[in-house]
Design a binder for this molecule. Structure first.
Ligand code: SF4
Length: 228
């Protein structure tokens, strides 16, 4: 994806291109209800599932005809929430590109389901996307923030994640993680196991330890292994 194809706040335009589109605002993955707020993203990761698929884990098409309001996202989640163990803001895009709708949806979820934890899966670039520190606004609403660390090396991050903001995206992500760790119950760094050497994994663990986060190494998700 071409870096020049970005909006002023760094989000990529036309991410959904000519894909088939739908109104899949929420979908189930096991005990989790996943909420799909946007297809916008400030990264263009080489390993992004969106490069090879239109859906995830048996969901409907996740390219959106339009972005949902908070009320629509809540209603879509509520209708599939039977037996739900966790709500997750994680769609075919970066949920912090819609932080206002995310917070409003989280408030509705917490009011209806006070005992069910809420997680955000994010690239951690909220400060650059939103131009402010939104972590205080997440307090009391978000139980876990899972941040894609991907690599211990800023230059490698730029090569692999191709952020619209360049290398400062990596440092902004680490700052965001530290502030989340100070205010929210759980912070998780994630990385794709197959993309790291043993030495890089150890460095990722060290970064997580210093930040107050847990490191989760996950397997690469492709079109062919999303059911695993
Ligand atoms: S941050 Fe997530 S949604 Fe954005 S390009 Fe990377 S893997 Fe895809």
């Amino acid at each position: 994806m071409n870096i020049s194809n970005t909006s002023p706040n760094g989000t990529r335009k036309n991410c959904s291109g000519s894909h088939k589109k739908a109104l899949t605002f929420a979908y189930r993955v096991g005990g989790g209800v996943y909420i799909n707020l946007t297809n916008r993203c400030t990264n263009d990761c080489t390993f992004c599932l969106r490069n090879n698929a239109d859906s995830a884990y048996g969901s409907g098409v996740l390219w959106l005809e339009r972005e949902p309001s908070a009320a629509e996202a809540f209603e879509a989640a509520r209708t599939i929430a039977d037996g739900c163990k966790e709500f997750v803001f994680c769609g075919y895009g970066e949920p912090m590109c819609r932080v206002g709708a995310l917070i409003e949806t989280a408030k509705l979820l917490k009011a209806e389901y006070p005992d069910i934890p809420v997680r955000i899966n994010t690239n951690g670039q909220s400060d650059l996307i939103n131009g402010r520190d939104v972590v205080p606004e997440l307090t009391g609403l978000i139980d876990t923030v899972s941040i894609s660390l991907n690599t211990p090396d800023p230059e490698a991050y730029v090569r692999v994640c191709r952020p619209a903001y360049g290398e400062k995206a990596y440092h902004a992500m680490l700052d965001f993680a530290s502030r989340c760790a100070a205010k929210l119950p759980h912070v998780v760094f994630s990385a794709v196991r197959e993309t790291l050497t043993e030495e890089e994994m150890l460095k990722c663990e060290e970064i997580a330890r210093k930040t107050g986060a847990r490191l989760r190494l996950r397997d690469y998700i492709s079109e062919n292994n999303q059911n695993g």
